[in-house]
Design a protein around this ligand. Structure first.
Ligand code: SF4
Length: 65
């Protein structure tokens, strides 16, 4: 299962929070998205992958465990 993270390249465009609202949220103070929930099954992981692909600046990455 993948563990997703958002790095400082985030431009707060909200693409990931729209694509995967249960998993990505916006920290309005920091101006960065963050992962509020990690996926726990394949269908959730697919949603998070779609958020990763939607990110215009490749600020979302993952590690696999
Ligand atoms: S899609 Fe990328 S740039 Fe946009 S808010 Fe999410 S992490 Fe940030």
């Amino acid at each position: 299962m993948k563990t997703f993270t958002v790095d400082e390249n985030c431009i707060a465009c909200d693409a990931c929070t729209i694509e995967a609202p249960g998993f990505f949220s916006m920290d309005e103070n920091e101006g960065l998205a963050f992962v509020s929930n990690q996926p726990k099954n394949d269908s959730e992981e697919k949603i998070c992958n779609e958020a990763l692909e939607a990110c215009p600046v490749e600020a979302i990455s993952f590690t696999e465990s």
